[in-house]
Design a protein. Sequence first.
Length: 226
Amino acid sequence: MDIKENIQRIAATLPAGVQLIAVSKTKPAEAIEEAYVWGQRAFGENRPQEMAAKYQRLPKDIEWHMIGQLQEKNVKYIAPFVRLIHSVDSLKLLMKIDREAAKCCRTIDCLLEFHIAEETTKSGLTYEQAVGIVESEEYRELKNVRIAGVMGIATYTEDAEQVRREFRQLKQMFDRLKELYFTGKPEFKEISMGMSGDYRIAVEEGCTMVRIGSSIFGRREYMNTK
Ligand SMILES: *Cc1c(COP(=O)(O)O)cnc(C)c1O
């Protein structure tokens, strides 16, 4: 696997305004260092303890992105340094992130994760549930989190048109939320969608972040689609 070549090839296809998150979950710190040398600064992980261990070892100007399902009890491991949590799927989790961020005197940016795939095993909110969060009293009182946009994972399928419809739906939910709840909030701007197999479609449908793992680092020893 030539990490440098992969990053350069993918980066060259991304329009300005789309950030590449290199998904390094399960990969050793050495693989991250290699990408880092070639200029990559944003890395995605799905296990809090693994992310914290890598944070300890690696250069401090790396941006760490939590992309996997996050349990409340594990927020403390990443709260001191995480750049963006892509996978907020409940008000309770958002409230927990707020408490842990306050302990670190930080404000943590979060994305609302939407369920856009056909598979019921994938997590995420419905549009109505997201509205329930942003309209709640509890949310309005949070001082140490900012909702910075939305995230979604498309169905794992060969059917490109289905994937496109799902990404388009996520973009529409972003636009509606922006108009109804986040006008005048410039931080609400991120649409995190697209992985190795479908990021080209996500770019065409207006994403601002792609999360790419195996096309950069090679296939993983175990699969975790979350
Ligand atoms: C693992 C993972 C990715 C990267 O998947 P690849 O197919 O290896 O690019 C992206 N997003 C999430 C949420 C993931 O868990």
